[in-house]
Design a protein around this ligand. Structure first.
Ligand code: GTP
Ligand code: MG
Ligand code: ZN
Length: 344
């Protein structure tokens, strides 16, 4: 396979400064089990990680810029943005869905399964990531009049653009494509079956990504795309197609994403009598007053509270894990010191 022009992949002076001398820059285009497709100036290679990085459980994601040496990934350059979720499972661990992304498209299909609450959750994660969210509503052709649903989404979007498209008729597809500028990277995130890969294929002008065969509506939910894949769009720009996410568990302990997604609630809260108002029972609580008057929809208020609780719980668990790791390190050091004195 021929090589790539790094500039069109988004390489810039900032990244170049971070690269250790002697290493060759490359961008991770796909992640497979234990191996990565890396695009460099010379070619596209399948590369693994050296034992040291494996041991450190280093997190390599599609979109990462890496330093290559002897056919292995030697280093991961600091990210400009990273979309991180809590990996499903018993323990909390971060999983980077995509790195160095400029725009994150939150994709849902227009229909009965459309869930504004799920979109809110995505927005919190993306605002936290450093990328800019935009909302994409697909399969506009299935509805006579999608505008009521679109309005419901716009109500949770607060200044985030909402695009309505149909990959079947082509409606809105070119306008959406135009959002991805030269040398910038977009990622498509959303449930399985909403039409992410169909959209990518339309932009590429050929069926590069496998899509679901049937157009049965009740077929949504089973995965067709199996791994995250970065693609170069004709005319410039990059897009990362991802397998459908069943759920998006929040990660990161900051509240920046929450504040950005719920700036309407934050604005109200600024008018509460007490600066540390919990918005539960305090007198002159502007948030509760807005819920009572109907200015702030009750569901949105509950959704905000729920996400807030989730972030707090995560922060606490995070702290506990850190403390445990510290204690373990301490004990180990004490034992080593003991062993040394015994040897003397
Ligand atoms: N009617 C209609 N069907 C569409 C549209 N876009 C996609 N589909 C159909 O929806 C189904 C799922 O599309 P995919 O592109 O495979 O969905 P996906 O989001 O990539 O799914 P995963 O890879 O599993 O995450 C396919 O049968 C598509 O033909 C659209 O705009 N209108
Ligand atoms: Mg797909
Ligand atoms: Zn209050």
């Amino acid at each position: 396979m021929p090589g790539f022009d790094l500039g069109t992949l988004g390489w810039n002076a900032e990244f170049a400064e971070q690269l250790e001398p002697g290493l060759v820059p490359g961008r991770v285009a796909a992640a497979h089990r234990g191996a990565f497709d890396v695009w460099t100036e010379a070619d596209a290679v399948r590369a693994g990680l050296p034992g040291r990085l494996l041991h450190d459980r280093i997190d390599v994601a599609v979109g990462d810029w890496v330093g290559m040496g002897d056919g292995l990934i030697r280093s991961v350059l600091p990210r400009r943005s990273a979309i991180v979720r809590n990996a499903a499972g018993l323990t909390t661990s971060a999983q980077t869905l995509a790195a160095n992304v400029d725009i994150a498209f939150v994709v849902s299909s227009l229909g009965p399964d459309l869930e504004p609450r799920r979109i809110e959750r995505y927005l919190v994660t993306i605002w936290e990531s450093g990328a800019t969210p935009e909302i994409v509503l697909t399969k506009a052709d299935r509805l006579e009049d999608p505008w009521e649903l679109v309005a419901e989404v716009e109500a949770v979007a607060l200044g985030v653009p909402v695009h309505t498209v149909s990959a079947l008729t082509g409606q809105g597809c070119d306008a959406l494509r135009a959002r991805i500028a030269d040398s910038t990277t977009a990622v498509l995130l959303g449930s399985s079956g909403v039409g992410k890969s169909t959209l990518v294929n339309r932009w590429l002008g050929s069926d590069v990504m496998a899509t679901k065969e049937t157009r049965e509506d009740d077929d949504e939910g089973r995965h067709t795309t199996s791994h995250r894949q970065m693609l170069v769009l004709p005319g410039g720009g990059l897009v990362i197609d991802t397998p459908g996410l069943r759920e998006l568990q929040l990660w990161d302990v900051g509240e920046a994403g929450l504040d950005a997604t719920f700036s309407d609630v934050e604005e109200l809260a600024a008018n509460c009598r007490f600066a540390d108002c919990s918005h539960e029972h305090e007198p002159d609580c502007a948030v509760l007053a807005a819920v009572q008057s109907g200015e702030l929809p009750e569901e949105r208020f509950h959704s905000w509270r729920k996400l807030q609780r989730e972030l707090r719980a995560m922060a606490v668990r995070h702290d506990a894990l850190l403390r445990k790791a510290e204690v373990r390190k301490w004990k180990l050091r004490a034992r080593e010191a003991q062993a040394r004195t015994r040897l003397r």
